[in-house]
Design a protein around this ligand. Structure first.
Ligand code: SAM
Length: 383
């Protein structure tokens, strides 16, 4: 069984709760046989549904069947477990892998997705609880980097639980990738993404005619050679890799009336820039803390400003980061997390943005991308 054929995605409203309940029951049967009455050994469909909706639920799908699941939960201020009630501590539960697929890496793959999602939502710790007597599970979590935190007893189980937690490191490896490797990789005919991003930037400028433009994740300035400097007077090129910015400034600094290279980590908060009329962030949000980013985005735009982005869409059977002759690029794989267009839409709508246009691009390489442009139309609910 090649687990690479299994697709991991967010739960959809049309996913069968009955099938997920069945998956939970069969996956937890060995634990029930050991005497551990986990809720998942016997819960009904209504409980499954309630637990799925209590957080961000992901599923693993193989040939149309759901073969794995987990639900990531935000910090719970009222939790009986003191560790879970702390800000920054996200936890997961209802974790299952179909028994015939266990012990071949699918569980670890699901865990990686959960960790990335948690990190994207601002988690600094990822925690779980399990029966203290299920020592094989405790050892497995230890191997994945979880450590013992505390004991807790829940009303609905017949055992004492151990709470385990893992510190989530900032997985952003961009500082370790030479610009020459990145650019050569993106321009490969088998990748062809630099062409897509450059032409997208050019059309944004033609369509919206911004006098000031910020490019987030500017790298070496791909696409700036196509930007009409008679339209765009001021360019802000932002990246957190100083080597990229240096090259970007030397290539494009003299082409615009005003050119500002800004060294900043977008996951750490808002950069100190004068608001611009348009921001383009192409294939960058996948590496950021999305909620942090969306919360400060309006403050970087002038009234009725434009935010445009390109997101990578999941493609069955293809790795997130395309196969590359440049080994340094493989470091990006663990840092990458798909951004769901719907999730982005929810976050930006809450910040006062309205979607203006969107378009899907299917490349010959088999990968698909989603372009979307928003306009800041209302004051966000909270600033
Ligand atoms: C896939 S590239 C973006 C594509 C680029 N605009 C192009 O057209 O080739 C991602 C860029 O975002 C930058 N980046 C990643 N995480 C970042 C962060 N947290 N803050 C600022 N820049 C970041 C990387 O250094 C890299 O240059």
């Amino acid at each position: 069984m090649n687990i690479e054929h299994i697709r991991i995605r967010e739960l959809r409203p049309d996913d069968s709760v009955a099938a997920i309940t069945e998956l939970l029951h069969t996956s937890y049967t060995p634990l029930a046989a050991m005497g551990f009455k986990y809720l998942a050994t016997h819960q009904d469909e209504a409980t499954t549904q309630q637990r799925l909706q209590g957080g961000i639920s992901i599923v693993a799908e193989l040939d149309g069947a759901i073969v794995g699941t987990a639900t990531l939960r935000a910090p719970e201020a009222e939790s009986r477990c003191a560790w879970y009630s702390q800000p920054g501590v996200w936890s997961f539960g209802q974790f299952a892998v179909r028994p015939d697929l266990q012990r071949n890496g699918l569980g670890a793959r699901l865990m990686r997705v959960i960790e990335r999602r948690a990190f994207q939502h601002g988690a600094t710790e990822l925690a779980l609880d399990t029966a203290e007597g299920a020592t094989h599970l405790v050892r497995w979590y230890e191997r994945l980097g979880f450590r013992f935190i505390q004991h807790v007893s829940w009303d609905e189980t017949n055992y004492r639980s151990v709470v385990m937690s893992k510190r989530l490191p900032d997985p952003n490896p961009w500082l370790r990738i030479p610009l020459s490797d990145y650019e050569a990789h993106m321009a490969l005919p088998s990748v062809a993404q630099s062409q897509l991003l450059a032409s997208t930037l050019q059309s944004i400028v033609t369509r919206f005619q911004p006098r000031s433009l910020a490019i987030f994740g500017a790298a070496g300035g791909n696409g700036l050679e196509l930007v009409d400097s008679a339209i765009v007077r001021r360019v802000v090129a932002l990246d957190f890799n100083p080597d990229y910015l240096r090259v970007c400034a030397s290539r494009h600094g003299a082409s615009f009336a005003e050119f500002q290279p800004v060294l900043h980590d977008l996951s750490q908060g808002a950069p100190a820039i004068e608001p611009v009329e348009c921001i383009f962030a192409g294939l960058v949000l996948e590496y950021l803390r999305l909620d942090v980013f969306c919360s400060y985005l309006p403050s970087l735009l002038t009234a009725a400003g434009i935010f445009a982005t390109v997101l990578q869409l999941p493609a069955d059977g293809l790795p997130e980061v395309s196969v590359s002759p440049f080994p340094s690029l493989t470091q990006l794989q663990p840092a990458f997390a798909f951004v769901s267009p719907t999730h982005l839409d929810d976050l930006l709508s809450a910040q006062g943005f309205s979607r203006l246009e969107d378009e899907r691009h299917d490349l010959n390489t088999g990968k698909s991308f989603y372009f979307v442009a928003y306009q800041l139309t209302n004051q966000p609910r909270e600033r």
